[in-house]
Write a protein that binds this ligand. Structure first.
Ligand code: MN
Length: 230
């Protein structure tokens, strides 16, 4: 069978130490730190929920370099959300939390960029979130670090500064639903496959960036991520 149009390029993320990780899907956990849930007007005492970004929203940023994203169309309130990202190496459905970590191949530092104004309209109108969350170049990400080399991502400092000023500073130990628990919930609804990414949620302190701003995010043991808004 010959392709009738050109196939899209495969989406891959470089792996720290060599090789590259092919991306299938991007799942994101919503409101997964209590203080962030509160700043968004919720209690933080709800079951986990999920949304997705397209794989081609990935913007690869090599360690030690400054990545760039355009200021996206249609918004006047572009928000940063620094997140720990888990990269799935072994798929499965109905995975129990106790078994979940063996499905994780590695970790990365990611930004869940958000058109907050459009997300707000979607929430208010009961519409889907894609326009606020799943836009082009909405998922800048650093290299994937193999799990064995990633320290303790379940208890790691997670930070984001903008133009040198600290905006988000927390610990992944404050995730409401741990990586393992998130995988358990997620796989009751979807079958995870190798190449899936899970953005695990952002701590409190989200806010807006404008053209020219430099975001510097980090998760201790996993790496750092610098992204400038064009
Ligand atoms: Mn998020």
């Amino acid at each position: 069978m010959s392709l009738v149009i050109a196939a899209p390029a495969p989406i891959t993320i470089p792996v720290a130490g060599g090789g590259s990780f092919p991306v299938r899907r991007i799942y994101c956990v919503g409101r997964n730190y209590e203080e962030h849930a509160k700043e968004m007007g919720f209690t933080g005492r709800e079951p986990p929920f999920f949304f997705m970004k397209p794989a081609d929203a990935i913007v690869n940023v090599a360690e030690g370099t400054i990545g760039e994203i355009p200021y996206p169309a249609g918004t006047s309130n572009l928000h940063y959300e620094i997140e720990l990202v888990a990269a799935i190496g072994i798929g499965g459905a109905n995975i129990k939390a106790a078994d979940a970590m063996k499905h994780v191949w590695g970790y990365a530092v990611g930004l869940d960029m958000t058109r907050r104004d459009l997300q707000g309209v979607a929430k208010k109108e009961g519409r889907p979130w894609e326009i606020g969350k799943a836009f082009d170049q909405s998922a800048p990400i650093g290299p994937i670090v193999p799990a064995a080399a990633a320290g303790n991502p379940g208890n790691a400092a997670i930070t984001l500064s903008v133009n040198g000023q600290m905006k988000q500073s927390s610990s992944t130990s404050k995730l409401i639903w741990s990586i393992a628990e998130s995988i358990e919930h997620l796989t009751t609804y979807w079958r995870l496959e190798p190449g899936d990414l899970i953005f695990t949620g952002t701590p409190e302190g989200v806010g807006a960036v404008v053209s020219g701003d430099l975001m510097e995010g980090a998760v201790a043991g996993v790496g750092s991520l610098k992204v400038k808004v064009r």
